[in-house]
Design a protein around this ligand. Structure first.
Ligand code: GUN
Ligand code: FE
Length: 450
């Protein structure tokens, strides 16, 4: 066997669909995609007739080929750039209340339960399994303030095999006593958490890129004192880490923030002033942004997680994604469970479309743009555009094998359907039942029955 052939773990033959730019989806029909033993895409060959693809296997044994039928295609895995793992337990509840009241009455009392790591494991196992089932191969998770429970979330993600950023949440002011840290314990526990994840990653072989990365996670400016924000900014530099938080979600939240930080000119500059706005920052929502705030995001190369479903549910407003794209800001989609009621990026895709039409029908987001946001956009926001997001040689293979005609499929296929209409039906009508297989770093994820 040639060395190329022996380096290959899997080959897909059939239709591959991915974004090549924000405006363009490429449909690779009769494609051959080789995945190597490290989970990387080694080679892609286009337009090979069905009776000839064997000639292009370059010595790879046919038993390694996943042969797709006409109702199946492979797409890049979805990126959920903002989701709260503990909130999965009450997903679907409380959508009549605006943000600050929703946090006080529902979220904070619930998150306090994560003092109990065993309870955390129960909820986190389901939250991660559901996210993977929905085709999310990469996610940016908020946990809670609790160190042990956040470690539990890392263990669950490692067991289930998702690519993830995981954050221990920081809160040391304007929070109930039962969910509040001191500055000192908040910083110390964050450092312990980072060291915990780094120690796990250090045990991996050199050929395997870690799937889980710690992320600095101040809940939002309201719940952190200036000295805590400053210390977290320093930790991000010391360990070279990404950062995630909430920004300009709700008008009332903005007023409270500006009154707490009179030295900063805008909400966005509160984070910048404390070293928390970098090219690795992921800012959720950005619904009510001044022009200068978008410009500051651009200058710092910070990313945005657009959480349309949450923004409707808890009545925050409608973000101007068209403007973000025009400014070439990095933007991806977030489910924001449990502000959002669904951990499916397909739902986020649909709600983002509705949001953009409601805002401005004449320049609403088009399907290629929305699909880009769900995959490549998220990869850019995570600063992983060189690693995931679409099918390019050298990237890691994170993907969904979609089947539009499985048993109990919500999608109905007719004779006139083409691969393009099947793909579009999946985007608008499909759900996790159509996600026949999910792959992260080339490995098939075991999808549990839920
Ligand atoms: N702002 C601060 N905390 C939260 C949260 O848990 N969810 C949402 N949607 N916004 C927040
Ligand atoms: Fe959120």
């Amino acid at each position: 066997m040639s060395s190329f052939a022996s380096s290959i773990a899997k080959v897909f033959y059939g239709t591959l669909i991915h974004s090549v730019s924000v405006k363009e989806i490429e449909y690779i029909s009769n494609g051959l995609l080789f995945v190597d033993v490290h989970g990387r895409i080694a080679k892609i060959v286009r337009d090979l007739p069905r009776d000839q693809f064997r000639d292009s296997l370059d010595g790879v044994h046919e038993s390694k080929v996943v042969l797709l039928n006409d109702d199946q295609f492979v797409i890049p895995g979805f990126v959920d750039s903002h989701i709260h793992a503990p909130q999965y337990a009450y997903c679907g509840i409380g959508h009549d209340i605006p943000l600050l009241e929703w946090l006080d009455t529902l979220t904070f009392p619930h998150e306090a339960k994560f003092k109990d790591a065993a309870y955390a494991r129960q909820v986190y196992s389901k939250a991660v399994a559901r996210s993977l089932r929905n085709g999310t191969t990469s996610a940016c998770w908020f946990a809670t303030i609790h160190l042990d429970a956040t470690k539990e979330l890392v263990k669950v993600i490692e067991e289930q095999g998702q690519r993830a950023y995981v954050g221990k949440v920081n809160m040391n002011q304007n929070s109930p006593d039962f969910l509040k840290e001191t500055t000192q314990s908040s910083v110390a526990d964050t450092r312990s958490f980072i060291e915990y994840v780094n120690a796990i990653n250090a045990t991996l072989g050199l050929d395997t890129k870690p799937l889980v990365t710690p992320i600095i996670t101040p809940r939002f400016a309201i719940s952190c004192t200036p000295d805590l924000l400053t210390e977290l900014g320093k930790l991000a530099v010391e360990f070279d880490l990404p950062i995630q938080t909430h920004l300009c979600e709700n008008l009332n939240e903005i007023d409270v923030t500006l009154s707490l930080f009179p030295g900063s000119t805008t909400y966005t500059s509160v984070y910048a002033d404390h070293g928390l706005l970098t090219h690795r920052s992921i800012m959720a929502h950005c619904v009510h942004m001044k022009d200068e705030e978008f410009q500051l995001m651009k200058d710092k190369r910070a990313g945005i997680s657009h959480c349309a479903s949450s923004n409707f549910n808890i009545k925050s407003g409608m973000a101007n994604v068209r403007k973000m794209l025009e400014m070439d800001l990095k933007v991806g989609l977030g489910t924001d469970v449990a502000g959002g009621f669904s951990s499916s990026i397909l739902d986020a895709f649909r709600t983002s479309r509705t949001c953009s039409i409601a805002r401005s029908p004449d320049d609403s987001l088009l399907i290629p743009e929305l699909f880009y946001l769900a995959t490549m956009g998220g990869a850019r926001v995570m600063e992983l555009a060189d690693t995931i997001g679409n099918f390019e040689v050298g990237k890691e293979f994170d993907a969904i094998l979609v089947n539009t005609s499985v048993r109990h499929s919500p999608v109905d296929i007719f004779e006139h359907d083409t691969i393009r209409t099947k793909f579009e039906k999946y985007l608008f009508v499909g759900d996790d039942r159509n996600n026949e297989k999910v792959y992260v770093q080339g490995k098939e994820v075991r999808l549990p029955d839920l």
